[in-house]
Ligand binder design. Structure first.
Ligand SMILES: *Cc1c(COP(=O)(O)O)cnc(C)c1O
Length: 361
C-alpha cells in the first residue's frame, strides 16, 4: 500500500478550538467546517467538536451541499450557509434541513422575501464594509434590515461582515471596515458577527456576539507575524509518506520533467510517492523544505502527478522506507506555502481525495 497519508490529530483540533473559546469567552462560536473541514474530513472533525463540554454554537459551510452532508452525519447543530443560496429553489430546503442562510446580495434579499421558507430561520445579513466581494452596500443593507426584521420567516437576524486584511499587523483597513460596520448597525439590537480566525486572535473588539474561526482550529497561524496566542496553535494535519526509491546521480545531470534541476555534484536522489494529484503543489521550487527521517531536506526537480524527488545527499541513515513529512507539526504548512508562493490554506484544503485521512484521537 502506498505509504502516503494525511494524519489528522483530533486532540490538536480540540485544543485549538478551546483556544478560540478562551480568547473570545463571551462570544458564541461558529466553527467553520467548509471544504470538508479545510481538507481534514468534516465528519470526524464535527464529531470531535460536538462531543466537547462546550460544543460549537453553530457550524459554518459554504453551501447547501456541504450542509446536507453534515445533516447526513446526524449532527443537529445549527448550520450557517456562508454563501447563502444560489437560486430561490434552495430556500425551501433551508427549512427542511434547518439551515441558516447568509444573505449577501440584493438578489438573495429578493428571493428570500418573495419565496420565504415555510418555517422561521435565523438569517445572517452581510454588509460589504470594504472587501467588495460579497455583502450589501450600506443603503441596501439598511433596507434589507428593515424588510427582514418585519418578515415572519426570520426568527433572528445576525448582522455580519468579513475582513479583507485581518492577517496584517498594520490593520488600518480592518479598522476602517470595523468603523463602516459600526456606523451601519448603529442603534440596532440584532446580534453581530465580524471575526474570522485572524481577527479572533488579534482584535478583541471584533469578537461581538458570534466569532467565526476557521483556519486556526486546524492549527494554521493565519497572521503575517505570529502573536503569543497564535504560537499556541497546534497543527492538526500532517502529510506524511516514505522514501520509495533512491539513486545516485553524477554531476551535470538533470532530474525530472522539464529538467528543471541539474546536479552540481554527485547527488543522492530520493523519490517520495506524493505528487500534485495528492495536493503537493506543482509550484514548489527547488529548495522547498521537506523532512526525511526528521532531518531537513529539499525538493529537487519539478513535482509530478504522483511523486516528488528530494535531495538525500549528506543526509545520514536514509533509505527506502525512511519517513517523510511534507508538512505538519515539525514543518509548518505556512513555511512550505511561503516557499511555494501560496498560503497554508491552499495546502491543507488541497490534499487529494486519494490520500487516506488517518485519525489520531
Ligand atoms: C471561511 C470564512 C471564515 C473563516 O475564515 P478563517 O480565515 O479560516 O478563519 C469566516 N467567515 C466567513 C464568511 C468565511 O467565509
Amino acid at each position: 500500500m502506498r505509504p502516503t497519508e494525511a494524519r489528522i490529530d483530533l486532540a490538536a483540533l480540540r485544543s485549538n478550538y478551546e483556544l478560540a473559546r478562551e480568547l473570545a469567552p463571551s462570544s458564541k462560536l461558529v466553527a467553520i467546517v467548509k471544504a470538508d473541514a479545510y481538507g481534514h474530513g468534516v465528519h470526524r472533525c464535527v464529531e470531535a467538536l460536538s462531543s466537547l463540554a462546550a460544543p460549537p454554537d453553530a457550524l459554518g459551510v459554504a453551501m447547501l451541499e456541504e450542509a446536507v452532508e453534515i445533516r447526513q452525519t446526524g449532527s443537529q447543530l445549527p448550520v450557517v450557509l456562508l454563501e447563502g443560496v444560489f437560486e430561490p429553489a434552495e430556500i425551501e430546503l433551508l427549512s427542511q434541513y434547518r439551515l441558516e442562510p447568509v444573505i449577501a446580495s440584493p438578489e438573495q434579499v429578493a428571493w428570500f422575501l418573495e419565496s420565504p421558507p415555510s418555517r422561521p430561520l435565523r438569517v445572517w445579513l452581510k454588509l460589504d464594509s470594504g472587501m467588495h466581494r460579497l455583502g450589501l452596500d450600506t443603503a441596501s443593507f439598511a433596507r434589507a434590515q428593515a424588510a427582514l426584521s418585519r418578515s415572519a420567516s426570520v426568527s433572528e437576524l445576525v448582522l455580519m461582515t468579513h475582513f479583507a486584511n485581518a492577517d496584517r499587523i498594520d490593520g488600518t483597513d480592518t479598522q476602517q471596515q470595523i468603523e463602516t460596520f459600526d456606523d451601519a448597525v448603529e442603534g440596532r439590537s440584532d446580534s453581530q458577527s465580524l471575526a474570522n480566525s485572524a481577527a479572533l486572535l488579534t482584535r478583541p473588539r471584533t469578537h461581538r456576539d458570534w466569532v467565526r474561526p476557521g483556519i486556526m482550529m486546524y492549527g494554521v497561524d493565519p497572521l503575517e507575524r505570529s502573536v503569543d496566542a497564535s504560537t499556541r496553535l497546534q497543527p492538526v494535519q500532517r502529510l506524511v509518506s516514505r522514501i520509495s526509491s533512491t539513486r545516485e546521480v553524477p554531476p551535470g545531470e538533470s532530474i525530472g520533467y522539464g529538467s528543471r534541476f541539474t546536479t552540481s555534484e554527485r547527488t543522492r536522489v530520493g523519490v517520495v510517492p506524493v505528487g500534485y494529484a495528492d495536493g503537493y503543489p506543482r509550484e514548489a521550487p527547488d529548495g522547498t523544505p521537506v523532512l526525511v527521517s526528521g532531518q531537513r531536506s529539499r525538493i529537487i526537480g519539478l513535482p509530478s502527478m504522483d511523486r516528488i524527488t528530494v535531495d538525500l545527499t549528506g543526509i545520514p541513515d536514509t533509505a527506502v522506507g525512511s519517513p517523510v513529512e511534507l508538512w505538519g507539526p515539525n514543518l509548518p504548512a505556512t513555511e512550505v506555502a511561503r516557499a511555494c508562493g501560496t498560503i497554508a490554506y491552499t495546502l491543507v484544503t488541497g490534499v487529494g481525495g486519494r490520500v487516506p485521512r488517518v485519525y489520531d484521537e
